[in-house]
Design a binder for this molecule. Structure first.
Ligand code: SAM
Length: 243
């Protein structure tokens, strides 16, 4: 049973910038499942891409792996398909890496390495697929292109990047509308007005979303081809690009 996310449920005198600390790691699975629209469907999409586009033996990087949900989902799929995937999970948060390690071990995932590091500082090598699932939005905008170029250099020929992000709309009116619709989605998932408002304040200047156009341009400028948006719901989108 996942521990319920109640982090912002009590009125705080002052809201500190959001941090992926121990408290967040302990409720993270509940938090993402109630905060990211179509979270499970995005994972299904990643599994589908892996199934059809990856070789039998594949090396997969999950950058910003958090508690390991993506790696676990891929490993389940690998077992069904009789494939061998090896995983490199990277996350700057020590509590996230600790929870991830525990989960992967408990579920018998054999071939993985986890690194607690900023993804800007890790080497990417011989990657068949690099996943950035809601992580790039936390990277300083000035470092995003350099990071993506490094990822592309570390991809095998035909290697794939999957990028999922919260996005903003170029049109101010639609941006306001999608923000309202998103908060309505969070209310439907049991978050109060107070929780929504305090989390929004905590994420201010911590989560910096780009438009879909800018994300597509980023992938192109990093040297990827066959770039496309695979999924979009209001202010969330997933993209694919190939080396
Ligand atoms: C929204 S979560 C990612 C969710 C996860 N990929 C999933 O699909 O469930 C963002 C993660 O990125 C990590 N992160 C943020 N900035 C980072 C950085 N510079 N380097 C590595 N990890 C970072 C955070 O610690 C957090 O675990």
């Amino acid at each position: 049973m996942q521990k319920r996310d109640k982090i912002f449920s009590r009125k705080r005198p002052e809201v500190a910038p959001f941090d992926f600390n121990h408290e967040v790691a302990s409720v993270f699975d509940d938090m993402v499942s109630r905060s990211i629209p179509f979270y499970n469907e995005i994972h299904k999409m990643i599994l589908d891409v892996a199934k059809f586009e990856l070789p039998t033996h594949a090396r997969i990087y999950d950058l910003g792996c958090s508690t390991g949900h993506t790696i676990l989902a891929l490993e389940q799929e690998a077992q069904i398909l009789d494939r061998h995937f090896s995983y490199v999970g990277v996350d700057s948060s020590a509590p996230m890496i600790a929870v991830c390690h525990k989960k992967l071990k408990a579920r018998g995932v054999g071939d993985f390495t986890l690194t607690q590091s900023k993804i800007e500082d890790v080497t990417i090598q011989n990657a068949n697929m690099v996943i950035l699932n809601y992580t790039l939005q936390f990277i300083s905008p000035k470092n995003r292109l350099t990071l993506l170029k490094k990822i592309v250099r570390g991809l095998d020929p035909k290697g794939i990047v999957i990028l999922s992000e919260k996005i903003k709309n170029q049109n101010c009116h639609i941006q306001e509308l999608t923000t309202k619709l998103y908060y309505d989605f969070k209310k439907r998932n049991g978050y109060s007005e107070l929780e929504i408002a305090q989390k929004r304040e905590a994420l201010e200047n911590v989560l910096i979303p780009w438009t879909q156009e800018k994300n597509l341009m980023l992938l192109k400028n990093a040297g990827l081809k066959n770039i496309s948006m695979l999924f979009k719901w209001y202010n969330f989108a997933s993209f694919i690009g190939y080396k």
